[in-house]
Design a protein. Structure first.
Length: 283
């Protein structure tokens, strides 16, 4: 497995692979890897000739009061997992390599589509501009045929899909299903912040989504009714930023579900903020 910290070297590796007609799959991550990330790697390896994974804790998507400094960086463990998974190249640039002159003075950025505005956009107003910009930069540093993103970060996936569509980027976005712990908790790098008690209480998030799905499958098409089911079961959380059922395309509220929808939750256990969701398909 080769590791690259320079954009030029990473780009040269990708160019060499694609000149010979081979396809490349890119898996962007912030490290602290778990089985959710590895499922993206497996999907990339299954559908592409070569797989590149990036590890970069992107400063421009964190607000000043967020966990940029504490974000876990177990780089040796991450590299061992990627080696074991058969990844051929890892892009792990420094912040200076990605943002010469400093992330805070970085001038040109991607303005994401309106799908970035609700939900996470309300609670993390600069977040998706930072995500879209760094993903655009990762696509330039590691030019690939396909990029793999998890449905766990559902709104992020929408933002990236819109960016690729609106800016005509020559890359296919491949959404990958949410990988969960055996008890239902969505895998997330931030789960490692949880105390035993918080970890136990965090289970109410996936349970509330199970109950919403059950009510939806039983015929409920009233978002308010579904949201109240979620609300009733999220009381073990210390704070609920949102627990909503919205349109799958726009992520905006609808009076009645007539086409595909999605239930999304963001909630805190202690200082840890977790997100999860469940797609509700009208069929
Ligand atoms: N449980 C999961 N199942 C599937 N994909 C996942 C899962 N968790 C993360 N991913 C995906 O992995 C990619 C990298 O995500 P990231 O490195 O931020 O991990 P994370 O676990 O979501 O971290 P965080 O706890 O900071 O949200 C994203 O596309 C994300 O959606
Ligand atoms: C897509 C991403 C790697 C951009 O920094 C990050 O937001 C993540 O890990 O989901
Ligand atoms: N998985 C999304 C990255 C973030 O929360 O910044």
């Amino acid at each position: 497995m080769e590791t690259f910290s320079s954009i030029d070297a990473m780009r040269a590796w990708c160019r060499e692979k694609s000149i010979s007609g081979k396809t490349i799959g890119l898996v962007p991550t912030m490290g602290a890897l778990h089985e959710g990330h590895l499922s993206l790697v497996h999907a990339a390896k299954n559908s592409c000739d070569h797989c590149v994974t990036s590890i970069f804790v992107n400063p421009t998507q964190f607000a000043a009061n967020e966990d940029l400094d504490q974000y876990p960086r177990p780089i040796e463990d991450d590299l061992a997992m990627l080696r074991h998974a058969g990844v051929e190249a890892v892009f792990m640039p420094t912040a200076d390599e990605m943002y010469p002159g400093g992330a805070e003075r970085h001038a040109t950025s991607v303005h994401p589509s309106a799908v970035a505005l609700p939900l996470e956009g309300v609670h993390r107003p600069e977040h998706f501009a930072g995500v879209a910009t760094v993903v655009m930069k990762l696509f330039q540093a590691a030019p690939s045929d396909r990029a793999f993103f998890g449905r766990k970060d559902f709104q992020q996936l929408c933002v990236i899909e819109h960016m690729v569509r609106d800016l005509n980027l020559p890359i296919e976005i491949v959404p990958c299903d949410i990988v969960r712990e055996p008890d239902g908790l969505a895998m997330s790098s931030r789960n490692r912040y949880l105390s035993d008690n918080e970890r136990q209480r965090a289970l109410c998030i996936s349970k509330s989504l199970n109950l919403v799905e059950r009510a939806f499958l039983d015929g409920s098409r009233d978002p308010k009714q579904l949201e109240s089911i979620m609300g009733d079961h999220l009381s073990p959380c210390d704070r609920v930023d949102y627990a909503v059922v919205v349109d799958r395309q726009t992520l905006l509220p609808v009076p009645k579900i007539t086409r595909n929808a999605v239930a999304l939750v963001a909630a805190r256990l202690g200082a840890t903020r977790l997100i999860d969701n469940r797609e509700l398909e009208t069929g």
